[in-house]
Design a protein around this ligand. Structure first.
Ligand SMILES: Cc1cc2nc3c(=O)[nH]c(=O)nc-3n(C[C@H](O)[C@H](O)[C@H](O)COP(=O)(O)OP(=O)(O)OC[C@H]3O[C@@H](n4cnc5c(N)ncnc54)[C@H](O)[C@@H]3O)c2cc1C
Length: 501
């Protein structure tokens, strides 16, 4: 590997590998090096069991469709997330056509996405939500039912053991997916480093980022086997280090990162590998989050397909650990505190007492409490079929705010240097599903000058045919894209069915 590179990618997860492929496809002459602390790619949040594997298209996550004060349901955020997933579908289809991924079933499976609620107030909400969503072409094919028999046909385990007069409602969209982001990351890294000028370096930690004289970054790394330290330089650095991104952003010293802090939330699943149970459930069933709980704690009962094996996952149960990465250090949180981020941290602690209470309650939960939550979605669940599975860490963004002192954000944010030479991805949601949307964000933020017809645009449109077209506004193009990508990825195609009258 040359020590003078065009691009350095920090971290070998879904984000760095996606950004790396975009840059290499758009500029084949780029030299690219990826550095990863662990011994392989996708061992942190991108690993299959560290996340829920939902191909987030905001089909079933009710936190994206808040009820307004006037009683109407706002679906605007859901629509944004919905079409962000279309970008991922197009990119993966492009990689299939290129031969970079041989079989879509190695990472993506059709699994219906459902929202499920009980009690009258929630049923009324879901009905209104369905009316608003199904009227939009992006949610073509969405079904709604309050009928016990019909819902039992969709998800028998959810309905068995319920009183016949319990008010329930569900929506279903059969074009939903379960994605093994770990397997996908392996495909992406393999494809990237198989190209000339590209390399991946495992067991190599990036220890510092320093501006060099010639508009480059000096990236200091340590070989974790030998302990040896060396450095490379790069014109562009992508900090795709997941929970490790904030400390590296701080080390870069760019003023744009001033005042940012992170708040780690860990997760635990219940997991069932018994085929006798699993074959009776084929859906991702999302419920409503408890009042005061953070949006990523919405309970869901999911079909997972990992390594060719079907399992069920239920959760997440939130927890608290001061680590920023599952393989990180308990000192991560303390070491991230700087004079500049103390005020935002204190402001968030003051304004989000309900979150603190929620986390304490979750951490203190006993096994019987956890099973009681599972019972709400699977009344006849048997404790002996389930075991605990520790999920990945999410580091929520805390950022400075003039009015409140600090804000807690549950989304993702690209924080970059003014000269576009470095950008860090902070935050975790909607997550891996929107890796392509994030990669496009990196291009717009840091390579805007290249996005012209004379330079990268034609290739970018080949990779993402809908680039520059709003799928929210264009029903015909949405149908075309969804039909093509469904065929390539072997997932359900609701557009092949006749359009609603
Ligand atoms: C409980 C949970 C459930 C989730 N569910 C979903 C879901 O259903 N759908 C979805 O789309 N998303 C989901 N997500 C989010 C998704 O997992 C993440 O957004 C995504 O995996 C992040 O990818 P990444 O590449 O940024 O990070 P990671 O996969 O964590 O990769 C970052 C890598 O950087 C490495 N690294 C860190 N610091 C350094 C350093 N100094 N030097 C070198 N390497 C370093 C780490 O070792 C790691 O391998 C979930 C996340 C969690 C935690």
């Amino acid at each position: 590997m040359s020590t003078e590179l065009d691009v350095v990618l920090i971290g070998a997860g879904i984000m760095s590998s996606t950004v790396g492929i975009f840059l290499k496809e758009l500029e084949p002459s780029f030299s690219v090096a990826m550095f990863e602390t662990l011994e392989d790619c996708a061992l942190e949040s991108s690993e299959a069991w560290n996340n829920a594997g939902t191909g987030h298209a905001a089909n079933c996550e009710m936190n994206y469709t808040p009820e307004q004060l006037d009683g109407t349901v706002d679906i605007s955020r859901a629509l944004e997330v919905n079409v962000e997933f279309d970008l991922s579908r197009q990119f993966w289809t492009y990689l299939m056509k290129k031969g970079a991924i041989a079989d879509p079933r190695s990472f993506i499976h059709p699994v219906p996405h459902m929202s499920f609620v009980h009690d009258e107030g929630n049923v009324a909400f879901l009905k209104k939500r369905y009316a608003a969503m199904s009227a939009h072409h992006c949610y073509e094919g969405m079904e709604y039912s309050e009928d016990h028999g019909q819902i039992a046909g969709w998800v028998p385990l959810v309905m068995e053991g319920r009183a016949a007069d319990e008010p329930v409602a569900a929506t279903r969209i059969i074009s939903g997916t379960d994605v093994d982001y770990g397997a996908l990351t392996h495909h992406l890294v393999h494809h990237l480093v198989g190209q000339p000028g590209c390399s991946v370096h495992y067991k190599t930690r990036v220890t510092n980022l320093v501006r060099a004289d010639n508009k480059r970054w000096r990236v200091e790394v340590q070989d974790l086997d030998s302990g040896e330290r060396h450095s490379v330089t790069a014109k562009f650095v992508f900090i795709g280090a997941g929970g490790g991104a904030l400390p590296l952003l701080q080390k870069s010293g760019i003023p744009e990162g001033h005042g940012y802090a992170g708040f780690p939330v860990s997760g635990i699943w219940l997991r069932c590998d018994d085929p006798a149970v699993n074959k009776r459930h084929h859906a991702k069933v999302y419920g409503k989050a408890a009042v005061g709980s953070p949006p990523m704690s919405v309970p869901h009962l999911d079909t997972r397909v990992i390594g060719g094996q079907n399992s069920l996952l239920f959760g997440p149960y939130a927890g608290f650990s001061s680590k920023f990465l599952k393989h990180g250090s308990l000192l991560d949180l303390v070491e991230s505190i700087r004079p500049a981020n103390i005020e935002p941290l204190l402001a968030v602690a003051r304004d989000h007492f309900d979150l603190t209470e929620y986390l304490i309650e979750q951490v203190l939960q006993s096994e019987s409490h956890r099973l009681a939550t599972l019972d709400e979605y699977y009344p006849k669940a048997d404790a002996k079929d389930w075991r605990l599975q520790v999920a990945g860490q999410r580091v929520q963004i805390i950022k400075p705010d003039v009015k409140r002192g600090g804000l807690l954000e549950f989304g993702t944010e690209l924080v970059g240097a003014a000269d576009s030479s470095l950008v860090a991805l902070l935050g975790a949601s909607p997550g891996a599903s929107t890796a392509v949307f994030i990669a496009v964000g990196v291009l717009r933020k840091c390579f805007a000058g290249e996005l012209t017809e004379q330079a990268w645009l034609p290739k970018l449109k080949e990779m993402i045919p809908s680039y520059g077209i709003s799928l929210i506004e264009d029903p015909a193009f949405t149908r075309k894209i969804r039909s093509e990508t469904a065929r390539a990825l072997k997932i359900e195609d609701v557009t092949s069915k006749p359009m609603h009258a």
